[in-house]
Write a protein that binds this ligand. Sequence first.
Ligand SMILES: *Cc1c(COP(=O)(O)O)cnc(C)c1O
Length: 386
Amino acid sequence: MTHLNTRCVHVKTPEAPEGRPLTAPLYQTSGFAFADPAVFADGMANPDGAPVYSRIGNPTVRALEDTVAELEGGQAGFATGSGMGAINSVLLTLLSSGDHVIAQRSLYGGTFASFENLAHRWGIEVSYASGPAEARQALRPNTKLLYAETISNPMVEVADLPGMFAVGREAGLINVVDNTFATPLLCRPIEQGADVVVHSTTKYLGGHSDVLGGVAVFADADLHRELWPELVEIGASADPFAAWLTLRGVQTLALRMRQHCASAQFIAERLAGHPAVRAVHYPGLPSHPSHELARKLLTGNGGVLTFDLGSRAAGLAFVQAIRVASLGPSLGGVETLVLHPASTSHRQLTDEQLRAVGIGEGVLRVSIGIEDPDDIWADFDQALPR
Ligand SMILES: *Cc1c(COP(=O)(O)O)cnc(C)c1O
């Protein structure tokens, strides 16, 4: 087996009549025509059949699914139009009313909202747990699924995946993890016991802020085959052009991640030494509560960090003073993005609730891009209060 970075470059390509294309061609078609009705019929019913209709199967989308599945060490993938499309497709096909879910307490906002909707509208019980001990305490006879995120947003806590998944394994649960922040370059959760790995490919896998997408990777080909008929009927399937752009991003994932991690470490250390900065949260800093876990579980600390300027006024002044970095949502792209969670992504929370999840009024989340790190720091330095 070649290295992961080699496998990023050599994306899977569809069969070609002659001369293998160097990269995955774009099959920008909604469907295919057939001479043989039996081949057509098989393609409708079989995930490994001929591509028939692009919601059910498309060679470009399949190339992305196979590429990410291999990077994650899984058996099969299902690509979707967004990360939330992947997460909800997995939850809706794995859960039935009356089931109980144990989810990590600090979750991506959209995922938290989906769990709340499942609870209110579909009679699925959800408990929230921080770490393996709380997960074990939350177990019930009807618990079906355990849900975690490798690195949490925005406080970048690293989940104890081996501990969490051991609880899930013992109880016969399906272990699902969102690996968006880590990517398979920093962590391969299937090796830690995950059954399903989901991604927002909008972030690092796509990497260029030009495409939305998601993917679910299955450790077990049988589970993928069992869910596949429902997955294609949900209708969240990826568009071929989006899959093509994402594959193009994946080809440089290893290079980008190396730079994201190195630059984030550099900026985290500079911020930590600045008198106006109250605290810096980055797993690469020894002061971070997840530092030891990150060393054990991750091959790099990622490209996202948060820091605290102490007050809402100071946080908002910083985001208006930046010139190289931009104020905006999302993360994982080539450009540095800064966001003030208290006024945007977590605006619904009261001051008290913000404090409970550790998001101060002056906290800023940064997705470090691949610009020259000296330029990023010079920008931050001039934007910081003096
Ligand atoms: C962005 C994100 C999502 C949602 O992905 P979309 O592509 O925006 O639907 C889910 N999980 C995490 C961790 C994310 O960062």
